[in-house]
Design a protein around this ligand. Structure first.
Ligand code: 73E
Length: 764
């Protein structure tokens, strides 16, 4: 291998390995691994093929995983070190493709890993955004967004000859397909097909992440999830979505026809997974394409319904896409007659306006004549798919009993649950080598192929020697992470404190604000001389959507607390707060091995599944959480003695919403400690650091609105969290809990999720 690497270095740069800089080293290794990857044959053609459509693929860095999954990283590492080079430097150089917001996009990426690992005949379809989710900076304790390019220094994508014209109402764009190979093992890979417009122009991005939203020919593929708080932003989303399905749809059909597929068997041979509502336009678009090839409308509808399945990821109303009819017509007029006909079919069959596709909405009561037509994308996806699934058991139950009840009554057999999973390669084997080596020394290597074998760890749960080894591995991870945080954030972490971690997108329903109130409560108690049983470091990582003001206010509060608390010599021995800058997949891979408390504290019913909860459990953290999403399944697996649960249950919360009876103010006024914590947000100490308007707005919201009920569980949260911190003082018993968590995490492998999809939905 050494010769091959040397030759490639000569060929690419005319240099010896020794003389390469980090960028060249990165390019060398990624070229080397890509060549190997591309030699791997694609999965054998089977009778049926799946296309996984997703607006997001939150990939994370590729090089390290590719080298590891190909089984050559150790050897490459040694060759480099013989030549005076450090492999991590090259890996660190890679710009991360952050083509997703959070869990939904990361799930799609994990599923690609599993397609490759299981050798399934399945590919991803997406958009080649030039800038992923913004890069986050902090200035004046506030979030600032800047663009996050990743393509410049990457050679991961392979340009193909596949090209399409995509027609919109007022313009046409040319598209090219780029392929990204996804590695899993030496002999198997999968592919994501990313479509880009040829006329894209990165130079139109002005300061921050602002650009002319109307210049579709230049901007269509620039950004993931451009700000859609105004109409131009919403239209751009529609352009993007149609672009993806138009290219993807033709790619499917071309490939199908080329391979001799018969149009009338389309629904039997093709599977299309619609990842959330974003790719729903594939349904009318595919009907359009099939009818243009000669299939009757009725037959096209039948075939596409057989082929498609839809995954719902959230019950939050704001995320269930509804497009203004006029806006859709302004962008994709060719789809409108089809959408109309689909609506007619539905109206002809069912006498329930909640399941109609097109809603005629009264603008205002005074002017009842004036109707706005709204197109419900989820309703299209449900009627014209063969299966609909939720992403954890509780979420799937809520869909059937509440959110999508009217549909369930029509189609009881359509609904399935497929509990989410995570790529064990990325979030365990490749990011926590020390732990996986320890486990291998205890139970052998089989768990790498069969994660359920992790259960064998249970026989060591009372073995003090093993528990101490585990504790030592955790300590090393904490040290490594602390070094990194010192470098990146300039904050000194105390290894002896418990690392309490909440990493996820910032949203009120995830309740980072409740965690911040815990921090305030603890701070105030320390000031009064009531010390926590063990020092604690509360670590946050979160990006707020650029136009989500309340989320930005919460980040602001946390940054102000960080400033106040970490500088306070009376307090910082017992409590520290860190908000990580630009939390992303790479950061996740560093912090997850170091995590001890996994914060999963969403308002029950609101977090469909969560996947960070799975990643942290797998790496030996103990969950502190509500009975929400997949936490419920984690609890069922590990048992009450290995998890810390608190808070109201989903049915209680749903009931409160239905009756509209939650009053934050009553809790605030009744509970002295809560009142003090909430009021501290606008205290002299904090206002000296932060922005009055932002802090007052947050304070006011918590008392008078608190739509996601941060106060409802606060008292119990503080109590249970403090119990967990006390439990931590008995290190071995904490290690025992951690080992129980690792042992039971096998269920959460994304390979299991994909097998479930295959059994329940695709039958590939
Ligand atoms: O609970 C998570 C879930 O684990 C859920 O909030 C997330 O999907 C994860 C994977 O299933 C999710 N993201 C979105 N909706 N649900 C979403 C919606 C609109 C735009 C971007 C993301």
């Amino acid at each position: 291998m050494e010769e091959k690497l040397k030759d490639l270095a000569q060929k690419l740069f005319g240099k010896e390995i020794l003389d390469l800089d980090d960028k060249e080293l990165y390019l060398l290794l990624s070229e080397f691994s890509n060549n190997l990857l591309n030699k791997i044959e694609k999965p054998k053609k089977s009778d049926r093929k799946l296309y996984y459509f997703s607006a997001e693929f939150l990939l994370g860095k590729l090089l390290k995983n590719n080298l590891s999954n190909l089984g050559i990283r150790d050897e490459v590492k040694e060759i480099l070190s013989k030549n005076g080079k450090v492999i991590e430097k090259a890996e660190e150089f890679e710009a991360e493709p952050s083509l997703g917001n959070g869990g939904l996009g990361r799930l799609a990426a994990c599923f690609m890993d599993s397609f490759a690992n299981l050798g399934l005949n399945a590919e991803g379809i997406g958009i080649c955004y030039h800038f992923g989710l913004f890069r986050q900076k902090f200035e004046d304790y506030k979030q600032k967004e800047v663009k996050d390019p990743w393509l410049d220094d990457s050679n991961a994508l392979i340009k193909t000859d596949t090209k399409y014209d995509v027609n919109f109402k007022n313009q046409k764009v040319e598209a090219t397909m780029y392929d990204l190979p996804i590695s899993a093992r030496k002999d198997s890979r999968s592919t994501i097909h990313f479509f880009d417009i040829d006329s894209v122009d990165e130079s139109i991005v002005k300061e921050g992440i602002s650009f002319d939203k109307k210049d579709i020919e230049k901007n269509l593929s620039l950004f993931l999830y451009p700000d859609d708080s105004d109409e131009d932003g919403q239209k751009l989303r529609i352009y993007q979505q149609y672009f993806m399905v138009s290219c993807g749809g033709r790619y499917i059909l071309d490939e199908y026809i080329k391979n001799g597929g018969k149009l009338e068997e389309f629904g039997d041979k093709i599977r299309i997974q619609i990842n959330d509502t974003h790719p729903t336009m594939i349904i009318p678009e595919m009907i359009r394409l099939l009818t243009s090839k000669g299939l009757s409308f009725e037959k096209a509808v039948e075939e596409i319904t057989k082929a498609c399945a839809y995954t719902n990821h959230t019950i939050l109303q704001e995320a269930l896409e509804k497009w203004n009819y006029q806006m859709l017509e302004d962008v994709v007029p060719a789809l409108m007659p089809i959408i109309e006909k689909l609506d007619e079919i539905v109206r002809g069959k069912y006498d329930n306006e909640k399941v109609y596709i097109i809603e005629n909405k009264k603008e205002d009561e005074k002017n009842p004549e004036k109707l706005t037509r709204i197109v419900h994308m989820a309703n299209i996806a449900i009627h014209f798919s063969s299966k609909v699934n939720g992403v954890a058991q509780l979420h799937s139950d809520i869909l059937v009993n509440e959110t999508l009840k009217d549909f369930y009554e029509i189609y009881p057999d359509k609904f399935e649950n497929v509990t989410n999973g995570i790529s064990f390669k990325r979030f365990f084997h490749n990011c926590n080598e020390d732990l996986t080596k320890l486990i291998e020394s205890l139970i052998g290597p089989e768990f790498k192929d069969d994660p359920n074998k992790l259960e064998e760890l249970l026989k060591f749960q009372d073995d003090p020697e093993v528990l101490d080894k585990f504790l030592r591995v955790k300590e090393i991870s904490k040290e490594n992470f602390s070094k990194y945080v010192k470098e990146k954030e300039g904050v000194d972490l105390d290894i002896n404190s418990i690392f309490d971690v909440q990493i996820k997108r910032l949203h009120e329903y995830k309740r980072q604000q409740m965690n911040a109130l815990y921090v305030i409560d603890t701070y105030l108690k320390i000031k009064k001389g009531i010390l926590p049983k063990n020092p604690i470091t509360v670590i946050f990582g979160a990006k707020a959507a650029p136009s989500y003001y309340m989320a930005k206010n919460i980040i602001h509060l946390i940054l102000c607390l960080q400033e106040l608390i970490n500088k306070d010599e009376d307090v910082n021995k017992y409590l520290k707060v860190v908000m990580l800058t630009n939390y992303n997949v790479s950061y996740a891979e560093k912090i997850i091995p170091a995590t001890e408390i996994s914060e999963q504290i969403s308002l029950a019913s609101k977090e469909a599944s969560g996947t960070g909860n799975m990643k942290m459990m797998l790496n030996g953290a103990v969950t502190l959480g509500t009975l929400d999403g997949a936490n419920v399944e984690i609890r069922d697996l590990v048992g009450d003695e290995n998890i810390y649960i608190f808070g109201k249950k989903a049915d209680q919360i749903i009931d409160l919403y239905e009756k509209d009876s939650y009053k934050a103010k009553e809790i605030y006024e009744k509970n002295e400690d809560i009142k003090k914590a909430v009021d501290f947000i606008v205290s002299k100490e904090i206002l000296e650091i932060g922005d009055k308007e932002m802090l007052e707005s947050l304070h006011n919201d918590l008392i008078n609105k608190d739509y996601f009920m941060a106060l409802i569980d606060l008292e119990e949260y503080i109590e249970v969290k403090n119990k967990l911190i006390e439990a931590y003082t008995d290190k071995r018993s904490f290690a025992k809990m951690a080992i129980n968590n690792i042992a039971k995490a096998g269920f959460f492998s994304s390979d299991r999720s994909i097998r479930d999809y295959n059994r329940k939905i695709w039958n590939l």
